[in-house]
Design a protein around this ligand. Sequence first.
Ligand code: SF4
Ligand code: SF4
Length: 328
Amino acid sequence: MDRTALYWTARGDDINCHLCPRECIVSPGLTGACGVRKNSSGRLVSLNYGWACVAVDPVEKKPLYHWRPGTRILSLGTVGCNLFCPFCQNCHLSRSQSHGGLSWTNPSDVLRLLQDHGVPSVAFTYNEPTVWYEFVRETSLLLKREEKGVVLVTNGYISRKPLEDLIHLVDAMNIDLKGFSDRTYSMLGGTLAPVLDTIRTAFERSVHVEITHLVVPGINDSIEEFRQLVRWIAGLSESIPLHISRYFPAYRWTLPPTPIPSIRVREEIASELLENVYSGNLQSRNDTLCPVCGDVLVERGDPYRVRVNLSEDGTCPRCKTPRGIVMS
Ligand code: SF4
Ligand code: SF4
């Protein structure tokens, strides 16, 4: 049964959805831009509530490198997205409205799945969790009651009120920062400011935050824009991990993969201001070292082979230097 959605107001026969900054006006019988919130006889309903694809992944795959390293995480996704990235690697989910291939899953089923797989946390990932809001929030409430970890892997394109109502249930977020201008975000159907607002809010509420920046030729080539992005992150905190990731052709974007030197030059730029810079979709080791004694604290091989060499409190076992890694 379709679930009544949150955050909307009626405007005559139309409905104004307030879940994300798009503020769609949804006419009767139609859906908003995300494709999964429908005006059904004057009521906004969530079409994807409870429809999930499920997998168990290493937490490093989200990617989260400084949160419970070496653990596995239950990954849940569904259909729909509120951005329109032409290079989307999960377009079979983000652009779909069909429940085909998804399993009906209640929030309480998620707890059982955690037990079955013996994993301590859940990530809402693959598509954009914002547009699955009602399911994500109800499930997160249950998970927090059972002291399980909650992770969002998100584009950060959500309005302030829904974010405020969810964020106290969230332990960690990997937020995509796809560029640092409205020009870049306009190619994806969004704007920059709400994403920055989400990152800042999460950080200020003590959510563990990591940022992913996918370098896509023809979308975010500007080195100057990348410098601005790095400066903004450093202004928030120099210790926020930044994952600079290599693009491969997907969906409607057919340009060749990001040249490796483009990733390397951005790594160098980011490392001037940020303490934790990693590269994704490359055959790099991405180890985390102790900044004082140089010991390898987290060794990351390929694919997702992880060896953790940290004290229980996340400090270096040799010289006791804190490294800002959340262990539990
Ligand atoms: S969540 Fe969907 S329907 Fe609501 S404003 Fe965003 S894109 Fe539109
Ligand atoms: S925000 Fe993520 S899921 Fe949505 S279209 Fe972009 S890449 Fe795909």
